[in-house]
Write a protein that binds this ligand. Structure first.
Ligand code: AKG
Ligand code: FE2
Length: 410
């Protein structure tokens, strides 16, 4: 994953209901804060119910402007499935190394499979976790030729399933496939809500993401360690649009408060997912919505930690506009009348450049800081950027061995 650690110096830490500061930017010293930041827990049912939808969208918007992260509950993914997926990955990681290595990621041009402990890079630093990667189960593109075809076409293909593993763990494949299917549905709902929270038409992201959104499921095991505050996964922002993360009850994930730089525990809450924006959304919204910098500390409790982030992005050949020009509404954003417009699909959406006046009023309306406005105006030109290239850049940086094996012909 890409890494843009914020350089703020943390000044205060906190104990808050859902997010608790424990550390300064790089040290792991527990302190108490005067300004706790709450990561809200939102209910998807509030989004799906028309009467409560405006409140949901307001809260989502506030969360994404303030931090870039919230918890989602009542999400519609069956509990048997979240438990089943967790159990399946625990069973997988518990198998002997030789069995796991049958699907080592280097076998796969499509960056799928198992990664042994200590081989993944985040922020150019080695992570302390084992992991297993999946993506949409599809046929590979036969016409793909390394260094002739666009690299991102090599990402499409099947997952790795070792027959001996499937014999040992019969629930493994059905659990993973069903889990990805449900997470795609949940992610589409969330992106629809993100669109409405920006006063875009509800289908804005569904249209942008296309018929075959590209997603990645990463199953991770962080072993309990001897020393406190070993970095399991280095500080980074997720690079894409949306991450929906399932974690067990062990803890160790931390998010950084964009305003203060302080690290805050994103503590496990049963039956929720953690929803985080990535850099593509941050870039598209001109910095209005934050991509939260986060990391994972290994724990010393004796309990290993398991997590399953699902990264949801547009189809690989999508072109992403450099920025969104958010529609102006006569009344305040997300008021019930503008919501009606959005719900009926009649609200304007667009990626054309707006006039300076429009930008000024947008800046006022959305309380964008001046430096964010500069970011918004930078990088214009051309139709947009290639989503496939952007995703390829991310996965290639994390797994250089796959790149050198499959994408650099001798
Ligand atoms: O395992 C976690 O809780 C977070 C992992 C993560 O941030 C990532 O892989 O991008
Ligand atoms: Fe991440």
């Amino acid at each position: 994953m890409s890494v843009h650690t914020l350089n703020h110096t943390a000044t205060a830490t906190s104990v808050a209901p859902t997010i608790v500061s424990t550390t300064k930017a790089s040290k792991a010293t527990a302190q108490t804060s005067q300004n706790p930041v709450l990561v809200k827990t939102l209910s998807l049912q509030d989004y799906l119910t028309l009467e409560t939808r405006p409140r949901f969208l307001r809260e989502m918007r506030e969360s994404l402007i303030e931090i870039g992260t919230f918890y989602i509950k009542d999400h519609g993914v069956p509990t048997e499935l979240t438990r089943g997926a967790m159990k399946s990955i625990q069973d997988f990681f518990a198998m002997p190394l030789e069995e796991k290595k049958k699907i080592v990621i280097g076998n796969s041009r499509h960056f799928r499979g198992y990664k042994v402990m200590g081989e993944e890079l985040t922020n150019n630093q080695v992570d302390h976790r084992e992991q297993l990667q999946f993506a949409p189960e599809q046929a590979a593109i036969d016409s793909f030729v390394p260094s002739v075809s666009p690299n991102y076409q090599g990402l499409q293909g099947p997952n790795q399933w070792a027959p001996s593993t499937l014999a040992l763990l019969p629930d493994f494949k059905p659990h993973i496939l069903a889990y990805m299917h449900h997470l795609e549905i949940l992610s589409q709902h969330l992106m629809e809500a993100v669109a409405l929270s920006l006063n875009l038409k509800a289908s804005y992201f569904r249209d942008l993401f296309g018929a075959d959104p590209y997603y990645r499921l990463k199953c991770a095991k962080y072993p309990s360690v001897e020393q406190a505050a070993t970095i399991g996964c280095g500080a980074h922002k997720d690079t894409g649009f949306l991450t929906v993360l399932l974690q067990d009850m062990v803890g160790g994930l931390q998010g950084q408060n964009p305003a203060t730089g302080e690290w805050m525990d994103t503590r496990p809450i049963p039956d929720t997912f953690i929803v985080t924006m990535g850099q593509s959304i941050e870039r598209l919204t001109g910095g209005l919505y934050h991509a939260t910098v986060h990391r994972v500390l290994n724990n010393t409790s004796g309990q290993d930690r398991y997590s399953i982030p699902f990264f949801f992005d547009p189809q690989l050949d999508a072109t992403i506009p450099h920025r969104l020009v958010l529609p102006r509404v006569d009344d305040s954003p997300l008021s019930s009348s503008s919501m009606q417009v959005s719900l009926s699909g009649g609200s304007v959406s667009g990626e054309e450049s707006g006039s300076d006046d429009e930008l000024d009023s947008l800046v006022d309306e959305l309380k964008i800081q001046p430096d964010e406005r500069v970011a918004r105006l930078n990088g214009l030109g051309g139709e947009g950027w290639s989503n496939g290239d952007h995703i390829f850049e991310t996965v290639h940086r994390c797994h250089p061995e796959v790149f050198s094996q499959w994408y650099c012909p001798a």
